[in-house]
Design a protein around this ligand. Sequence first.
Ligand SMILES: Nc1ccn([C@@H]2O[C@H](COP(=O)(O)O)[C@@H](O)[C@H]2O)c(=O)n1
Length: 316
Amino acid sequence: MVYHIPWIYVPVRSALAIWHQLTKSEIPELAKASVLMRDRSRVETTIQAMHRAGPDALQVISDFDMTLSRFAYNGTRCPTTHNILDNDLLINDACKKRIRELLNIYYPIEIDAACTVEEKLPHMVEWWTSVHELLIQQKIRKDLLALAVEQSSAMLREGYRVFFDHLQQQQVPLLIFSAGVGDILEEVIRQNHVFHPNIHVISNYMDFDQSGELQAFKGPLIHTFNKREGALLHAAHFRKLRERPNVLLLGDSLGDLTMADGLAHTQHTLTVGFLNDQVGERRESYINSYDIVLVKDETMDVPNAILNYIAPAPAK
Ligand SMILES: Nc1ccn([C@@H]2O[C@H](COP(=O)(O)O)[C@@H](O)[C@H]2O)c(=O)n1
């Protein structure tokens, strides 16, 4: 005969219900329509563990283009850091035309859900290399970069100030790991007044000659799908942060998931992926790869709410 012991099962059930309720009430943003999760329980358990460990155990690693910066505003695409260079101040019409042709050839490959990373790799190297060579031929002037950023329609995601300021106040290190152009991304965050001392940038930096003209790009090329190699090359940076084993990782490409590969030891990692483009085709792979997927969400609401729970601002 099987006896049901309700006083065992009922409390377990209600404990689970309270658990879900707790996270829902602490982070109601997770119930936004734009949020998709493959395994809500894993997300909740990870967030709770990171909350218990607190801000001193945390570091944030984020991609820049289309992750911290907006993908679109009022239905119009916002520029990437490379696209910001598409300005009469910096390059001539023939160069603009060629860079746009290359974008039309290679961007569809970058986001093609039917293509493997291995298949994409040579194309990404070709794209970045060709564009950088074109930019070098233009002898872009360093002193005009700030003006080009000012004249561009680049925008950081809604809620960016809370994100940057909160991390700075809580002294949580923010690594911005970008396959874009480092000089430009720094200028974008500087002009938005959020280039705080807790920020470290790994990116493609321009090398200017003595007269201030672009002569090369520094260091090994970083493209969307080789961030793992880039992370391993910057082992010294990651070693400095070994006392912070919990990682909040933000990206917009599956390649961004390797940005934390330079860390020797991690305890808890929560990955948040912005799915901006080709949503239908890429939804499944994003849900299978990121813990939280934000579909066509131009805000920092969810990362901000998670950070506010993991690393709450001290009560005033
Ligand atoms: N010539 C190029 C090359 C790349 N892009 C885009 O920039 C993004 C940079 O990568 P993040 O790691 O910062 O996301 C990438 O997604 C490319 O689509 C470009 O616009 N022009």
